[in-house]
Design a protein around this ligand. Structure first.
Ligand SMILES: [Zn+2]
Length: 225
């Protein structure tokens, strides 16, 4: 079966060969010069200014950069929304990897890398699971086993960006489920997502993993809003 989105993507690529989304130079989706302008966080800014009472299930939270940065926002938006430049996942996984390397994080205690899943409807719309795609490269780069299709999104929810703080929590409640409890029992998990705003999605995912027996859950996001 021909995937409609990848067909669309190929036609788009043929008509518009890759050029830097920021400066327009023809070589890659983001040239080295523009990539080097992205400010990556260092370890001393971890967990700062986060509402601890709201994020009870997360043992630690790391974010690689800020969503207010023009380049970061542009890359993430082009990756997530039509015409879905799936190849941007390589840039986003590089951001995560460079952040990990910069801070010399080894994640020795972690058993699995788990992507925050999209609903089946969102995956069909995009043609791929956008966080899973990022995690595929990233898990190889940091040498951590990737566990997919265990934590799943069983209920479609309205995009969080359309909602205010309190509504976000309500919107995402009960949206996740674990398909194989045995596999995560007593394990430490590094949960990956793209953007952290109120943390409602990350918290709900972590809560589900813990309800199904995970020991520790660390959150790692690309950008904090
Ligand atoms: Zn550029």
């Amino acid at each position: 079966m021909v995937n409609q989105n990848s067909l669309k993507e190929n036609i788009f690529r043929f008509l518009f060969p890759p050029k830097c989304l920021v400066c327009g130079k023809h070589n890659n989706f983001l040239c080295y010069d523009c990539y080097s302008l992205i400010p990556l966080e260092n370890r001393f800014q971890l967990n700062k200014n986060l509402p601890k009472t709201e994020l009870k299930s997360l043992d630690k939270i790391y974010w690689a950069t800020g969503y207010k940065n023009f380049i970061v926002k542009k890359i993430i938006q082009n990756y997530k929304y039509s015409p879905f430049s799936k190849k941007l996942s390589a840039i986003l996984s590089k951001m995560l990897f460079d952040f990990v390397a910069l801070n010399e994080l080894d994640f020795k205690e972690i058993d699995f890398l788990v992507p925050v899943p999209s609903s089946a409807r969102r995956k069909r719309w995009r043609g791929f699971d956008h966080i899973e795609e990022i995690c595929r490269d990233f898990s190889e780069q940091i040498n951590l086993p990737l566990l997919t299709k265990n934590l799943v999104k069983i209920r479609d929810s309205e995009p969080q960006m359309n909602l205010s703080g309190a509504k976000r929590k309500e919107n995402i409640q009960g949206a996740f489920f674990c398909q194989d409890q045995k596999k995560i029992q007593g394990k430490n998990i590094l949960l990956v997502d793209d953007v952290f705003t109120t943390g409602a999605t990350l918290e709900e995912s972590a809560k589900t993993l813990k309800n199904f027996g995970a020991k520790k859950v660390y959150g790692l996001v690309i950008a904090r809003d």
